[in-house]
Design a protein around this ligand. Structure first.
Ligand SMILES: [Fe+2]
Length: 390
């Protein structure tokens, strides 16, 4: 009986805590699937919510001086209001233009039936006293295109931050995560801890991520969820996009061993996937966008001609015949954890630069040349290449 007052007090205390717990933004926001006319902004909250973005032109006026347009994630005319993952696409923007933005999530406290939604508190990653975030859409014309490539981080988020401590992210058009950023995907929390949170801390709220799936990210109980966190307009990891005169192909190498390897427990179907991707690639290289580009750069985690595993072999059978006829300037890969620069040969008619797991690649493309720097921790092991325009 003596315990009763204490239990009552504890109960009341927990009730107060529950009532007062405000909704929080737990991860992000990060920019993905940037184009010349739009971008997707991704973040998560600790409670289901109705979320939106407010957008303003670049400028020094107060963000709240006037009402700003709001953007929501919708499905067939309905705003998504009962989820913790928020992926909001903003379309209809102007090329090469800077916009300011703020994100908001209003908690859905109850939604028992029909459309009777009850709302609670609002969270924003950009409180009123802070400067709004900003992004710049990809340009249609640009004198210099620059980007950074990271790969094979395998969950070493602190190492990645250390490696990039001197990088001037604001000068980049995007950061390419070229596969195996995680060792496997077992949960949302692990995926964020392995590389996304660190990316947000460094750049990803303002500089877009371009994500190439690595074979390790095809592994794990959470692996099939990953596409939700890197949503593309057509639902595929493989993509094509352009900035100025440079056209980029982002390819997905799938797994490295045969689909029937015992390690995959019967769930791999990557031969068919690579064949489907090759059909998509055939169409890409026929487009005006691809043909008119001055430079063509490929990002692919597994270097098709470096190594003799099944994944390499099957990429040689599927995507390489197409790429070899498409005037590719350079391919950036990882996977081997060993640096190699592979001159064009009978299997690849373009150079393949394989970055190791200790360096980043900084690439700058202008009207005359492609300049590639490979840089290690504390600016060590620096290598530089120049490829003149063809
Ligand atoms: Fe790999």
């Amino acid at each position: 009986m003596k315990k009763c007052p204490f239990i009552l007090f504890l109960f009341l205390f927990l009730c107060i805590l529950t009532v007062k717990a405000q909704i929080k933004i737990t991860h992000g926001p990060y920019l993905y699937d940037m184009s010349t006319d739009g971008v997707t902004v991704v973040w998560t909250t600790d409670k289901p919510s109705l979320s939106w973005i407010e957008l303003a032109p670049d400028g020094s006026d107060s963000f709240y001086q006037q009402e700003r347009p709001k953007y929501y994630e919708t499905t067939a005319g309905r705003k998504r209001a009962n989820q913790t993952l928020h992926r909001i696409r903003i379309n209809g923007l102007n090329p090469g233009t800077t916009y300011r933005y703020r994100i908001f999530s209003q908690e859905v406290t109850a939604w028992t039936n029909h459309n009777y939604v009850t709302y609670g508190s609002v969270a924003s990653s950009n409180v009123y006293s802070k400067k709004p975030l900003a992004f710049t859409t990809f340009a249609e014309k640009k004198d210099e295109v620059s980007f950074l490539v990271l790969n094979d981080i395998h969950g070493r988020a602190d190492f990645m931050k250390d490696l990039c401590k001197d990088v001037s992210f604001k000068s980049l058009d995007f950061v390419a995560l070229n596969g195996d950023m995680a060792n496997s995907l077992e949960s949302e929390e692990q995926m964020f801890t392995d590389f996304i949170d660190a990316s947000v801390e460094m750049y990803a709220s303002e500089i877009p991520i371009v994500y190439t799936r690595g074979n390790h990210e095809t592994r794990g109980v959470f692996a099939d969820e990953m596409i939700k966190y890197f949503p593309t307009r057509d639902g595929h990891f493989y993509q094509m996009f352009s900035i100025g005169d440079v056209c980029f192909l982002v390819l997905d190498g799938g797994e490295d061993k045969p689909d029937n390897d015992i390690e995959y427990s019967g769930i791999a179907d990557f031969d068919r996937y690579r064949e489907e991707q090759a059909k998509w690639l055939e169409k890409c290289v026929q487009t005006e966008e691809f043909k008119k580009a001055k430079y063509r750069i490929v990002l692919l985690h597994i270097p098709p001609t470096v190594g003799t595993w099944h994944g390499n072999y099957h990429l040689q059978q599927t995507v390489m015949p197409i790429l070899n006829n498409s005037n590719i300037d350079i391919m950036f890969s990882g996977h081997t954890h060993r640096y190699s620069f592979n001159e064009p040969n009978d299997k690849a008619k373009f150079p393949i630069l394989v970055n190791d797991n200790q360096c980043y690649i900084l690439c700058k493309v202008d009207g005359n040349k492609i300049v590639v720097e490979v840089v290690g921790l504390d600016n060590k092991n620096k290598k530089q290449f120049e490829f003149p325009a063809k």
